[in-house]
Design a binder for this molecule. Structure first.
Ligand SMILES: [Zn+2]
Length: 112
């Protein structure tokens, strides 16, 4: 059986739109699964401004991997890229889910 997409009956405009957004994202973006957490704290140096209440802000990426939580501090220079990658991961996941749902419906119709 070779029922590839190319040989399949034509797709709806909605589905073509989902698929072209997936193609654009997958070829042009970074992806990162996880959630971002902004934290503030002290560095421990007695004469630092944080000891007087001006806390250091840092951004952490938190991810569940093989059932365990892991986290990493995101350096300033990477924050914009990482925020974008986390957003694009979510968007990609949503789009793939939409396409999967359409295929699910096709399968349901076949069985009726
Ligand atoms: Zn400090």
């Amino acid at each position: 059986m070779n029922d590839s997409l190319n040989r399949r009956t034509k797709l709806s405009a909605v589905e073509r739109n989902f698929r072209s957004r997936i193609a654009q994202l997958s070829s042009g973006q970074w992806f990162l699964r996880g959630t971002l957490s902004e934290r503030s704290g002290t560095c421990g140096k007695a004469n630092c401004r944080c000891a007087r209440g001006e806390l250091h802000k840092s951004l952490y990426l938190v991810q569940s991997q093989a059932g365990k939580l892991r986290q990493i501090c995101v350096p300033k220079a990477w924050q914009q890229r990482v925020r974008q990658a986390v957003n694009d991961y979510h968007l990609m996941q949503k789009l793939i889910e939409e396409v999967s749902e359409l295929e699910w419906k096709r399968l349901q119709e076949k069985k009726r």
